[in-house]
Design a protein around this ligand. Structure first.
Ligand code: SF4
Length: 344
């Protein structure tokens, strides 16, 4: 009986496939053709790739397989946000969220099964960490959801379960495939990677200079408060975070986005607004304010409209520009901080 091939073809970027082609004495340009067959034409059989040499197709067939995610559940919110629960080959499950808007459809993908960081407002880290997702498991979230849609996904944000920069190599390879013109071809600016603020990883990204849009979960510019929300602040405080971000932004030449979840009576005081205005000074930024989604897992509460108005009033006085985001998908636990890595 023939053994099943050992490698998942969607774990490889086009430049890695070019190396494989060369090793097989085939020209590197076949990598682009293979990419087009997989990502543009949805072909899952190397023998159908009519413009690559038969010897290369037969080699690939022996060594590489095409993975798929199993859709375990699909739920739709009143506001049309959709949440997908996908089963992985080892029995874990991950969640992916589709956020349709007037002119774009954004897919929020997971990068890990579970999360090590256990932020105190986020359900994704509450059950601990299982493992990193492979590149193909990330790319397959896109392919699975996009394949179901008439109006295709336009943007991808790495804001699902997991800390993307803690799965650095696989996430970067997935970003490469999502942006590759011969691959999914989303375009450079349409893929956003979020982080809780892992400073050495931000520095590595600065060195690599890949033009990746970064979104940083800030949630407080006060070290004591941020530490209560996010254990990562113990390793990398707000001063080291903003230093690394300034270097990143000055190298890349586009702003960083800050996410700030507004929590009732905790990070919405006048002093918090003032500290936030000091924090963003001197760095090109976008600031998203998101009212917290109260849920049974955590003590935190949703702020009142008045509390939000007072907080944003001070930001306006300080000439801090922001967008107040409306919550999406909270009736199906698809909103910010509500995703888990298994069905509950
Ligand atoms: S906010 Fe991000 S880093 Fe923090 S626990 Fe949730 S998924 Fe992990």
């Amino acid at each position: 009986m023939k053994n099943s091939p050992p490698f998942d073809i969607k774990d490889f970027t086009r430049s890695e496939l070019a190396v494989i082609c060369k090793e097989q004495k085939a020209p590197a340009f076949h990598a682009g053709q293979i990419f087009e067959w997989i990502y543009k034409k949805g072909v899952t059989d190397f023998r159908e790739m009519s413009n690559i040499p038969k010897t290369l197709a037969s080699y690939l067939e022996d060594k590489y397989y095409f993975s798929l995610l199993k859709t375990l559940k699909r739920e739709k919110s009143k506001d049309l946000t959709e949440k997908f629960l996908f089963g992985l080959s080892d029995g874990s499950a991950i969640e992916t969220v589709l956020i349709p808007e007037e002119r774009r459809r954004t897919l929020c993908v997971s990068s890990q099964a579970g999360c090590k960081f256990a932020c105190s407002f986020c359900a994704s880290g509450a059950d601990g960490f299982i493992r990193n997702l492979s590149t193909s498991e990330i790319v397959n979230q896109f392919l699975s959801v996009n394949g179901l849609l008439e109006e295709k996904v336009t943007n991808v944000v790495f804001m699902g379960v997991g800390e993307p920069l803690d799965n650095f190599e696989n996430v970067l390879k997935a970003v490469d495939i999502l942006r590759d013109e011969k691959g999914i071809n989303l375009g450079k600016r349409k893929v956003v990677v979020s982080t809780c603020g892992i400073v050495p990883a931000i520095r590595r990204l600065t060195e690599l200079h890949l033009g990746i849009r970064l979104s940083v979960s800030l949630h407080s510019a006060d070290d004591g408060k941020r530490l209560r929300l996010m254990s990562v602040n113990k390793l990398y405080n707000t001063a080291s975070l903003i230093r690394a971000l300034k270097e990143y932004v000055s190298k890349e030449g586009f702003p960083v986005t800050f996410e700030y979840v507004l929590i009732k009576g905790f990070n919405t005081n006048p002093d918090d607004a003032r500290k936030l205005s000091m924090f963003v000074r001197g760095v090109p930024y976008k600031l998203n304010l998101i009212p917290y989604n109260a849920n049974p897992f955590f003590e935190w509460q949703t702020p009142s409209k008045r509390e939000i108005q007072e907080f944003t009033g001070i930001l306006r006085e300080k000439k801090v520009f922001y967008t107040l985001r409306r919550r999406r998908g909270d009736d199906i636990s698809a909103a910010c901080g509500m995703l888990r890595f298994r069905a509950v």
